[in-house]
Write a protein that binds this ligand. Structure first.
Ligand code: AHG
Ligand code: MN
Ligand code: MN
Length: 320
């Protein structure tokens, strides 16, 4: 079996170090979540809010610290931006690093306490400012099309790392005994069409007309035998919903709603990395209007509606 570092043997040495850091930090998150309730104090709210006014869970902050430390020590990352931290961080000790990284350290926070799948999402860019100099806002506010790599870790039945360095999407499973990620599936492509639509339907009345039409279409559509063509699945962890749809085919939508006029998900930490992956896997991602990867961000914590999945379902939802 191929280990992660063997798979990346020909990649840029800087990228190799970043993936080493992701392996180390995600292993710790997996170990701690695996012991939830057994003394590791990770259940429950931290008693603080992040910049988006969302209640932070203990594991949000714990995971953020682990990844931040690992990235800082990698020596090749000049700075990072995290969903859980107000401002971008600059690593003064590694300003000669070529990379910046954006992270959602813990995705699916509301699922921690109920033992449902959670994740970590990351996006890697080359800085645009000169190496060795202080970072600038432009280093962080790059269009998603500029990503050199992105991926996620899913902490679930097993812990899996799914990523792309721009040459296909690959899936690795963490072997707890050797503490190595092992390649289990190479060049994954999303099925052209799928059976699953993943959307929080409680917001139906707030959806715009084209999205209401699409959801109604999914509810009504029958196959030649008169059986339903589609079914609904919504876990509430983007990583888990995305992963199932990637393997089985389907669509995930978090649209604009009255409560969240720009959607809920964050462009830098969720929309862009997942859009990069789905594109590499033969799927599509939009904000309901344009390709997610074409959006040039103006703010670190910018939100975006996210429509992402199998091409046939994406074409259907995008019909005017
Ligand atoms: P996070 O835990 O990083 O804040 O992300 C949660 C996101 C996403 O993972 C999930 O699909 C969505 O929020 C669920 O939101 P609703 O409960 O509004 O459906
Ligand atoms: Mn998230
Ligand atoms: Mn999060």
């Amino acid at each position: 079996m191929i280990e992660l570092h063997q798979h990346l043997a020909d990649a840029d040495p800087g990228l190799q170090k970043i993936f080493q850091a992701i392996q180390q930090a995600s292993l710790r998150v997996a170990q701690e979540t695996g012991r939830a309730g057994l003394g590791a104090d990770i259940y429950g709210a931290k008693g603080s809010e992040n910049i988006q006014g969302e209640e932070q869970q203990k594991l949000d902050v714990y995971a953020d610290n682990l990844f931040t430390d690992a990235f800082r020590k990698s020596g090749v990352i000049a700075g990072m931006a995290s969903e859980e931290v107000d401002n971008a961080l600059q690593f003064d000790e590694s300003l000669d690093g070529r990379y910046v990284i954006m992270i959602d350290p813990l995705d699916g926070s509301s699922n921690i306490d109920v033992n449902v799948a959670i994740g970590t999402i990351f996006a890697i860019y080359e800085r645009v400012s000169p190496v060795g100099q202080p970072l600038t806002p432009e280093d962080f506010l790059q269009a998603g099309s500029k990503q050199v790599a992105s991926g996620y870790v899913s902490y679930s039945v097993s812990t899996q790392l799914v990523f792309s360095v721009g040459a296909g999407v690959h899936i690795f499973t963490l072997d707890p005994s050797s503490q190595e990620y092992m390649l289990i599936q190479e060049n994954v492509t999303i099925p052209e069409d799928g059976k699953v639509y993943s959307i929080n339907e409680v917001n139906f009345d707030d959806f715009n007309a084209p999205l209401q039409r699409f959801v109604q279409y999914c509810r009504d559509k029958r196959n030649e035998k008169g059986k339903r063509k589609y079914t609904g699945r919504y876990i509430g962890s983007l990583v888990a919903d995305f992963h199932r749809n990637l393997l089985k085919g389907g669509i995930y939508v978090y649209p604009a709603t009255v409560e969240a006029p720009n959607g809920k998900l964050r462009l830098l930490y969720e929309g862009n990395p997942m859009a990069f992956l789905i594109t590499q896997a033969g799927g599509k991602a939009t904000d309901g209007v344009q390709n997610i990867l074409d959006i040039v961000p103006t703010e670190l914590h910018q939100r975006c509606p996210l429509y992402i999945g199998s091409p046939v379902m994406m074409d259907e939802v995008m019909k005017p």
